[in-house]
Design a binder for this molecule. Structure first.
Ligand code: BDR
Ligand code: CA
Length: 310
């Protein structure tokens, strides 16, 4: 698995789960929740706390065309709430995330590419090598929604933050798995999960507990929810345990022009078009539902098992 991400509280928990349960061959970073310097620093800190030596490659510092926005109001000014990170003991492996993604796609059989931030790096990779989709074992994104958005009434953050990149990705991948808000808003982690993580007492689980504490606080303040969606970790579990999820394949396009709908993923759920002429083939397997208790348990167990032997 290769994860393209913008850590980000939920990205961080996703990375810990992936380090524990997947063969994670690399991490690429992108501007998103916070700026590229912070997302890259955070990725390096997370692998360090996890005690592994996964390569980290820095990617795009800004969207293709859109102005640079962030989600610091959710993730905190540096992207990981108010967590104190240790001084870094290592640096990035390169600042060519796109080159790394393409090299790995060419050299690793059946690579699972998982993108849980804005799709800028993936669009740039497609531009550099349009054969990317055919070289992957699978491509999964956390992003989009068939129902309501979270940044605007129609748009989810990762798509909204770089709609032109997302449009290119949905246009050019013959098929991808879309782990959007329809399913991630059903997988909520709360105080019980935070306590399990804290009690496990490893560096990774203590970090995840602090991050979850931040996320639960934000979800309660912003939405009045008792639990927090840890979106990106659901995407990682969707790759590792697809049988825990339900979805359907649909044609999906990204709105780049709409006054009220820029950044929307338009999911065509019709059974048959008007007269057959407006039907497009499905290009996305859209997840709508999950065995939520099991997905939550997978996320927490994965983080706890990392470093559990010491
Ligand atoms: C997505 O946006 C970001 O804020 C999160 O990290 C997640 O990838 C949820 O809309
Ligand atoms: Ca993210």
């Amino acid at each position: 698995m290769l994860i393209d991400c913008d850590p980000g509280v939920d990205d961080a928990i996703a990375l810990l789960a992936a380090i524990s349960r997947a063969d994670l061959i690399g991490i690429t970073t992108v501007n998103g929740n916070v700026g590229i310097e912070h997302t890259t620093h955070n990725a390096l800190a997370i692998v360090q706390i996890a005690g592994v030596d996964v390569p980290v490659h820095r990617g795009a510092a800004r969207p293709l065309l859109a102005p640079t926005m962030d989600a610091a109001y959710v993730h905190g000014a540096t992207g990981l709430g108010s967590v104190d990170l240790p001084p870094l003991s290592r640096d990035i492996d390169s600042d060519d995330a796109v080159g790394f993604i393409l090299d790995m796609a060419r050299s690793v059989d059946d690579l699972q590419l998982v993108a849980v931030g804005p799709l800028t790096n993936i669009a740039l990779a497609l531009r550099r090598d349009p054969s990317l989709p055919s070289r992957l074992g699978g491509f999964t994104i956390m992003g989009g929604a068939a129902g309501p958005g979270n940044v605007t009434s129609t748009a989810e953050f990762n798509i909204w933050a770089d709609p032109e990149a997302a449009a290119m990705v949905f246009n050019e991948f013959p098929m991808l798995t879309m782990v959007g808000l329809d399913v991630t808003h059903k997988v909520l982690l709360g105080a019980a999960e935070r306590d399990r993580l804290r009690d496990a007492g490893t560096p990774a689980s203590r970090l995840a507990a602090e991050l979850l504490d931040h996320a639960v606080h934000v979800a309660s303040e912003i939405r009045g929810w008792a639990g927090a969606p840890i979106h990106d970790a659901s995407a990682v579990v969707a790759v590792l345990r697809p049988e825990l999820f339900d979805g359907r394949s649909h044609p999906v396009s990204v709105e780049v022009n709409g006054v009220h709908t820029r950044g929307m993923t338009v999911v065509d759920q019709r059974i048959g078009g008007r007269d057959g002429t407006d039907e497009q083939p499905p290009n996305a397997h859209v997840l709508f539902d999950a065995q939520t208790d099991q997905v939550v348990t997978e996320i927490v167990d994965a983080v706890i098992e990392l470093q559990a032997q010491g």
